[in-house]
Design a protein. Structure first.
Length: 86
């Protein structure tokens, strides 16, 4: 069981980042969660209407990027820590 913990944590971290990207993409396209719900994808989609207000697209996009990057870094560090071959 201890050898299985590392890969499971890595799969979980990478899976969560994939789900965040999938949800934001579907919400951006208007396919996902209803438009009344506030998500990062709907914020990016609504920012297209205000091209002179660049910050409306910058901050949700930056938050998505930082969340996915941090989850991938955490998953990579946990892989290195729990990898029995190292």
């Amino acid at each position: 069981m201890p050898e299985a913990f590392g890969p499971l944590v890595v799969i979980f971290a990478f899976g969560v980042s994939s789900v965040v990207l999938l949800e934001s993409t579907l919400s951006f396209l208007g396919i996902g969660i209803p438009i009344e719900e506030v998500t990062w994808g709907t914020l990016l989609s609504q920012a297209r209407n205000y091209s002179d207000a660049w910050w409306l697209a910058l901050f949700p996009g930056l938050c998505i990027f930082l969340l996915v990057l941090s989850l991938n870094v955490v998953g990579n560090q946990l892989k290195r820590r729990f990898d029995p071959q190292d």
